[in-house]
Design a protein around this ligand. Structure first.
Ligand SMILES: *Cc1c(COP(=O)(O)O)cnc(C)c1O
Length: 384
């Protein structure tokens, strides 16, 4: 890129130069698994075989690196594939991970059960409690600290810079799962994090039509190891998925502004309702992480959790009664989604210390007209 360094300018232009052959303004989708060689081992621009490299994936990776302000980005077929590659590249059997006690259920399952079998141990702590984190990393073999902020689904805010200090002192790599905030709202590397991971399936893709994950970082040595695992294991993003994700990423800033303003309006409306026990949204002034979020983030995002006085039954009724909010797993698309974490996204942590309250629903607020979304919720509340 020659000029213009604002976020939205980078989103539209980084890795997106017009096609040199035809001048196509949008870089083409290279739906190919292999590349012609001009002689044995004479590659054109280094392209050889799709699992190794593909120009469409390269353009997504350049865009992701530019948006997180990083040197290196690797894209994968899912968020969990990205996490798995990162952990296997950075750690060895016997190493210990400290992660938040309300981490994404699939991340906990990966670390606890899949990588547990490989010899990784873990402890789950409240990341907003700095003393608890210090105690947990003091065990000696902690090599990684894993933070999600805002967290899922309890919307806790963690002080990235403070945790970075603790991790550094222990010689541990600080990983921030930036899926909820996205690089538009929050730049973890600028607060001292070593690595950012994403489920690009969510806000980055933004349209609920392409699965993917990413690892973004500056450390060249670790980047080389991740690149090797990406190539040797092959959980890469397919060309079509990479192309769709690239397209989604161009409008990330515009979408996040709208997700954030819609979510704030809905969170404020929820606080006025007597059926509601508590609203978990960092944009509300009485949220315990509000001031920290205001310092660390550009906006508060599109995710809200809400608990009901009527307990599990009330939460289930609301979750099953909306029309515009679709009852479904996942989040971060342009359409509004409703989730009952205890039986859906977080079913895998039921009965563990990461279990979520049964009177809680989670909203992924889309970009529809907010009056329509509130009317939809109002109708569902009328059934309580
Ligand atoms: C969805 C999600 C993941 C896992 O990503 P997949 O693309 O589903 O593999 C990880 N972290 C968070 C915060 C998520 O929401």
């Amino acid at each position: 890129m020659t000029s213009g360094n604002g976020f939205n300018t980078r989103a539209v232009h980084a890795g997106q130069a017009p096609d040199p052959t035809t001048g196509a303004v949008i870089p083409p989708l290279y739906q190919t698994t292999t590349f012609a060689q001009d002689g044995i081992g004479q590659l054109r621009n280094g392209y050889e075989y799709g699992r190794g490299t593909n120009p469409t994936r390269d353009s997504l990776q350049a865009q992701l690196a530019a948006l997180e302000g990083a040197e290196h980005a690797f894209s994968f077929s899912s968020g969990l594939a990205a996490e798995d590659a990162l952990i296997r590249a950075a750690l060895r059997p016997g190493d210990h991970i400290v992660l938040g006690n309300d981490a994404y259920g699939g991340t906990y399952r990966l670390i606890n059960r899949v990588l547990g079998d490989w010899g990784i141990t873990n402890s789950a702590v409240d990341m907003s409690d700095l003393d608890a984190v210090e105690k947990a990393v003091a065990s000696g073999n902690t090599r990684m600290v894993w933070v999600e902020t805002p967290s899922n689904p309890m919307m806790k805010i963690t002080d990235i810079a403070a945790i970075a200090g603790v991790a550094k002192q222990a010689g541990a790599v600080l990983v921030v799962d930036n899926t909820f905030a996205t690089p538009y709202l929050q730049q973890p590397l600028s607060f001292g994090a070593d690595v950012v991971v994403h489920s690009t399936t969510k806000y980055i893709g933004g349209h609920s039509d392409a699965s993917g994950g990413a690892v973004v970082l500056n450390d060249a040595e670790l980047a080389e190891k991740i690149g090797f695992i990406q190539f040797a294991v092959g959980a890469v993003s397919a060309p079509m998925e990479a192309w769709l994700t690239t397209r989604g990423l161009k409008t990330l800033g515009v979408r996040m502004d709208r997700h954030s303003s819609n979510a704030l309006a809905i969170a404020q409306w929820l606080t006025t309702r007597e059926e509601v026990e508590q609203v978990y949204y960092p944009g509300l002034a009485d949220h315990p992480g509000h001031e920290l979020a205001a310092r660390q983030m550009r906006g508060f995002g599109g995710m809200i959790s809400v608990s009901f006085k009527g307990g599990e039954q009330a939460a289930r009724t609301v979750a099953e009664s909306t029309e515009l909010f679709t009852l479904a797993e996942s989040l971060g698309g342009i359409e509004s989604l409703m989730n009952y974490p205890s039986e859906m996204t977080h079913a895998s942590v039921k009965g563990t210390e990461l279990a979520v309250p049964e009177n809680l629903v989670r909203l992924s607020v889309g970009i529809e007209d907010v009056e329509d979304l509130i009317e939809d919720l109002d109708k569902a509340f009328a059934r309580l």
